[in-house]
Write a protein that binds this ligand. Sequence first.
Ligand code: TTP
Ligand code: MG
Length: 491
Amino acid sequence: MSKPVIIALDWDAFYCSVEEHFDPRLRNVAFAVRQKGIVCTCNYAARALGVKKLQSLAVALKTVSDLIVVNGEDLSRYRDASKELWMFVRKMVWGGKVERLGLDELFLDVSDMIEYNLEFLRESQYDDFFFRLSRDDETGFSCTSAAVAGLYATQNMPDLTTEDGLRLILASQLCQHVRSRIFTEKGYTSSGGISTGKVLAKMAGAVHKPNVQTVLDPVFASEFLKEKDIGCIPGIGRKYRANILNSVYGSVDDVDASVDAIIRLVDETKLIGLFGDFLGKKIYHLLHGTDTTPVNPTPDIPTQISIEDTFGSLKTLPDVRSVLHELMTLLYERMQIDLMSFGTWTAHARTIRLSLRYRAAAYGVRTSKSDAVPSVIYSAAEKEEIVRAVVNKTLMPLFHKLVAEPRFDLALLNVAVVNIEKQPAFAEITGFLGKRQRVNDETELPKRIEFETEDGDDEDDDEEGYQTCEICGQRSLRFAVEAHRRFHEPE
Ligand code: TTP
Ligand code: MG
């Protein structure tokens, strides 16, 4: 069986691109998007002047004193744009095989589109041919198998004489087409990676940025990976890197952490001994560029939406009420984004859950209680009124059921809605920008995006993949946590 063909897309300076859509004047200036004193991203004009992603704002302003700074603490417009782009791309991929990772990355499994078009390539005697985007009509684009669209990750281009190489070349043309449609119709530039697995495609896509795509033939995977630090491989990250280095060298400092060095010293059996059967094998394949984790298409609606915060110490009822008010406000806003389209609730969550962790509790131990989602949430009342009603009538009573004693000391509160069901009448929705789009009613209920496993067992991650930084308090999506941590680490 032939290998899958995967395209990874990553929006360039994503929050900046979204901000530019709201204020086109930003297109011509160097600017940064900030969250709580940190530059969470900056546009490429600012990067050219020395501003860096995840730098403290103070340092960025020292570097460029007239840097324009935009507040990016309200994530809703980024979520809206992310969802819109995802839906747009999904329509171009057969079977909607598109997985979202965080807000700004997509994985497209285009294997069957490529397989189908290989036939036409053969018919055309391996010359220019018409790539068919649909089986039913003649939509598509003219394509050549003679050259890669974009760049390649190593010195070598895919081998034109092999079917695997040809598949990747066709996929590079398809990727170019998809990216150019995203740009002309939605105004977003992206970087693309094309390979036979998600990890290789993602890593290839990061080689040349912005607005460039890169192809990596797995034949050259070991050459591509050999000098990279093992921590750079998505799915390995800081924690597993430290485990591996400690087991090999007894230290993480001043040691050779390159893939080449590690695979000489650590075989599959040793990795299984360190991490168990499943994870050990997975890490082995990650290190050898042979990971086959499939693209897991992201469904229309999430299985749950969850917001949480962590504290040094939370001891009084007024403080609890105020935190719950804040969390419920955020949760309600998230529900509106994820479960509403054009002012209509397209899905309802049936259950609301309050969870907490006592400060004295062992790491990872939470207690929870649930209740029915009160109908006021789906009413036409104002946000403030809805939030107040839910806090008073549902969340505070749940809290009292959970915490009977008058003295308490909490380290975490989490509010979540679960049991999310599509509204029966919801067969067709209207996309954000007013374009009609069909929604597949057979879509399964959502699964979580599972790709970067590094923090999967971190109980301070909430279910939606947010984590609060213990040092500065910034809440980051899970995919961004690793990068954010590096910001606090000494150079
Ligand atoms: P990235 O893809 O890492 O960054 P980017 O899209 O801004 O830039 P690039 O062109 O290099 O891809 O992250 C996507 C968005 O996620 C980014 O625009 C801002 C946000 N983000 C955070 O809020 N906190 C973080 O720690 C990181 C890394 C990203
Ligand atoms: Mg990006």
